[in-house]
Each structure stands twice: as structure tokens, then as C-alpha cells.
Design a protein around this ligand. Structure first.
Ligand code: FE2
Length: 432
């Protein structure tokens, strides 16, 4: 009897070990940092012809980290060609509701002194804990053709569903020079597990193709961007004071790309508020001094909504006259979770009207509304956009994750510099 009891006790011990070991495994925290670098991401800088920003994270035992850089060659890597850049390291603590607090070291480097239009390889880490080598290309300094990808809100189910969209976009245009986001990258600002999902979705693409993003309301928390925004990314800081990494411009090289932060100041509701007044003055100055042939503006809130129950008249009232004065070409937005694009103005005398787009890339989808500004629209559709810029034209394509063309138009540049809108979508009647 004693022997049977002894065996039963041992069996119970083994059973518990398997059971609780299994439970521990199934609850393993997937977003914990380690000594090995992860969440490696490139960001565009103010001067993408000669520089690019790299950001990554480790656990807090790694108190200094470096980025190694080499010109891309056609042969194996050559140690003698390596340049080493020391990172700026910041300890960051992410706490969200009752979820486990995540403490990390964020490492950031701006690689400077690069050659325009050149390919490089880089890796990040410390001895015995290196990332793989990633390859990227700087912007040419002359007027060369290039393409970029634009995403509306990813926001939800980033790993399980949005992953398909970002991978399809990269497959559709593997030579895209950067990926642009019109806000609401995740759903709850400050929630580290959602950023884990975003990085899982993009993986090496984010370390290869520079990412650039304007914030949405879901990227803000209590009137400030979530802590990840300016620690996990290294975005330009050439906008107004206190809007670092959210309001900025980049020249790439014949395009001026401008981010207006429409998530700040409680979505710019206060007409006399700092965020609205300072961005208006700044926008006017960066457009007045612009020498680039193409101007694209991105902001989260739509100037014209796709949803019948939504409207943002304050955005049009304050920013549209400035955009029209300087003949901005294209405005890329998100927030409404359906698709619409059209030429529109609150000023009937404005010619040519600016092209406005609302789009969504993640699986939070709504039907589209009935507003008449939309020349083409779609509901319950995940989309990405490929925008190609050449010396004489801008071609816009909206594409499904299946790789099917959904919408298309072109802005043709005439000899006198004026732009002509050309409808390329056979489903849209040619009117204006
Ligand atoms: Fe939003």
C-alpha cells in the first residue's frame, strides 16, 4: 500500500510539473526584451539623401549598443569597410492597465554622411548579440523616379490580419523607398503588446524600408503621444516646438512630404489653441519656402469624411486655404475606416482643387457613406496605396491585399508647372 501511495505521489509531482510547466509556456510573455536586439526600424530623416535613422531595443542589461555600417557590395562583407556608430540609449518603462510592465533600453542612431542614391548594409547590437545585416538605399539628390507606399489605419489585429496587408504591399512594390502611415498605427497608445504585434507583422521590412508616420487619436493618450512614439521611432523634429516627431517635413528629393498632427490638442478643437495656431503658421512657412515640384500632406483626420455622420470643418477652415494658396497636390488621411477619394474645396473659385484621400489598411472596416465629394469610394475594404513620382507626373494606385488594382489616377505636370488631373479608373465617369 505504501509503495502504491509513494508511486501515486511521484506521479502527481510529474503531472503537476507538466501541467504548470505547460501553463507557464502558454502564458510566456511574447513582448519581453532580451539581450538580442529586436524591433529594429528605419525612419526617414530631414535629409534622406545623406542620412537615415535606426532604432532598436534590448533589455536593460545592454547599456550601450552600436550600429555597424558598410557600403553594400556584391561580395561577402568586408570588416575593413565597417564604420561603427554609437547609439543614444534611453531606459523606458511601459505600463498599461493591469498588464505586466515592460522595461527596455531603446537605442537610436542617425547614420549621417551617406552618399545619395547609394545602397548600404547595417547591423545593430553588441559582440555575440548582433542582428542580421539589413540593406537599405538612400534617396537620390537629383530628380529620379521613385515610389512609396501609403497605409490608412492598421490599428487592430496587427499580427493576425494586418500582417497580410503590409507583406502584400512590399510584394507589390519591393523597391518602395518608404512606407507612410496616416495614423492609428495601433489601437491603445502605450500598450506594448500591440507594438509587439506591429513589429511581428512587418519584421525585416521595417528594418529595410524606412517608415514614416503621422499620429492618430489612438496613438495619443491624455493629450500626449504614447511613450513608444518618440522612443521606439526616431522621426524628424523640424516642426513647431512640442510637436517633435508628429509635425514635420521631409524632402525626398523632388517631393516635399508634410505631416500635420491632427491628433494633438484634442484633435485641434480649440481654434485659439497652441497646436492649431502654431501648426498653421509653420505650414505656411514650409510651403512658402518650398522648392520641390510635388507636395503631399498627410494627417490623420480627413479634410472630407467618408462617413455621413462625421465631419472636420475646423481642419478645412484653418488649413485648406493654406494648402490651396501653395497648390498642394495630394492630402492622405485615415480615421474613417472606409475608402474615398475626390477633388474638393470649400472655395468654389479654387482651381485646381486638391485631391483628398481617406483609406484604411487594417481589419477595422466600415461601409462607406454617401457624401458627394467622393469621386470613387469603397467600404469594408483593406487597401494599400502605391504612389509613384517622376519628373512629369504622380501616379496613384490603390490596391487590395490580393494585389488587384482598386483605384487609379494621375497628376500630369505640364511644361508651365501646372498639374492636370487624369482619371485612370474606368469605373469613374469623366466629368470635371
Ligand atoms: Fe482615428
Amino acid at each position: 500500500m505504501k509503495i502504491i501511495n509513494h508511486l501515486s505521489f511521484r506521479f502527481l509531482l510529474v503531472f503537476c510539473a507538466i501541467l504548470f510547466g505547460g501553463i507557464n509556456l502558454s502564458f510566456a510573455q511574447v513582448n519581453l526584451p532580451s539581450v538580442n536586439p529586436d524591433r529594429i526600424v528605419l525612419n526617414l530623416t530631414v535629409d534622406p539623401t545623406t542620412s537615415v535613422a535606426v532604432t532598436w531595443r534590448t533589455d536593460t542589461t545592454v547599456q550601450s549598443s552600436v550600429c555597424e555600417l558598410q557600403p553594400a557590395s556584391t561580395s561577402r562583407l568586408n570588416k575593413e569597410e565597417t564604420k561603427s556608430f554609437s547609439a543614444l540609449t534611453t531606459k523606458v518603462k511601459h505600463a498599461y492597465d493591469k498588464e505586466p510592465t515592460i522595461t527596455v533600453n531603446q537605442h537610436s542612431v542617425v547614420l549621417k554622411g551617406l552618399k545619395p542614391g547609394a545602397k548600404y548594409v547595417y547591423r545593430v547590437g553588441v559582440e555575440n548579440h548582433w542582428s542580421e545585416w539589413f540593406q537599405f538605399q538612400t534617396s537620390e539628390d537629383s530628380k529620379r523616379d521613385f515610389s512609396f507606399i501609403y497605409f490608412g489605419d492598421p490599428q487592430l489585429d496587427l499580427k493576425s490580419q494586418w500582417s497580410r496587408v503590409v507583406r502584400a504591399a512590399y510584394q507589390y512594390e519591393p523597391n518602395c523607398r518608404f512606407m507612410l502611415y496616416a495614423g492609428d498605427i495601433i489601437n491603445r497608445a502605450g500598450r506594448d503588446i500591440e507594438w509587439y504585434e506591429w513589429f511581428a507583422a512587418g519584421s525585416y521590412i521595417f528594418a529595410t524600408v524606412p517608415q514614416i508616420m503621422t499620429p492618430g487619436n489612438h496613438d495619443y493618450n491624455d493629450l500626449v503621444p504614447g511613450l513608444h512614439w518618440n522612443t521606439q521611432f526616431t522621426q524628424p523634429t523640424n516642426g513647431p516646438a512640442d510637436l517633435d516627431g508628429t509635425c514635420f517635413f521631409i524632402d525626398y528629393p523632388n517631393l516635399r512630404l508634410i505631416s500635420i498632427d491632427s491628433a494633438s490638442g484634442s484633435e485641434l478643437e480649440d481654434e485659439n489653441g497652441y497646436e492649431l495656431t502654431v501648426q498653421k503658421a509653420w505650414l505656411d512657412s514650409v510651403l512658402r519656402t518650398n522648392t520641390k515640384e510635388w507636395v503631399v500632406v498627410t494627417t490623420h483626420l480627413p479634410f472630407y469624411s467618408t462617413k455621413d455622420t462625421r465631419d472636420n470643418p475646423q481642419l478645412r477652415k484653418h488649413f485648406q486655404p493654406i494648402l490651396e494658396k501653395y497648390k498642394v497636390d495630394l492630402v492622405l488621411t485615415g480615421h474613417d475606416h472606409s475608402y474615398g477619394r475626390g477633388r474638393a474645396s470649400d472655395n468654389l473659385n479654387s482651381k485646381p482643387p486638391i485631391v483628398y484621400v481617406v483609406s484604411v489598411s487594417g481589419p477595422k472596416l466600415y461601409p462607406t457613406g454617401t457624401k458627394s465629394w467622393m469621386e470613387f469610394k469603397g467600404g469594408n475594404l483593406e487597401l494599400f496605396q502605391k504612389i509613384s513620382i517622376s519628373q512629369n507626373g504622380l501616379t496613384y494606385q490603390s490596391v487590395t491585399p490580393n494585389g488587384e488594382l482598386f483605384d487609379e489616377f494621375r497628376l500630369q505636370r505640364k511644361k508651365d508647372g501646372a498639374k492636370k488631373f487624369i482619371e485612370m479608373n474606368p469605373l469613374v465617369p469623366k466629368q470635371k
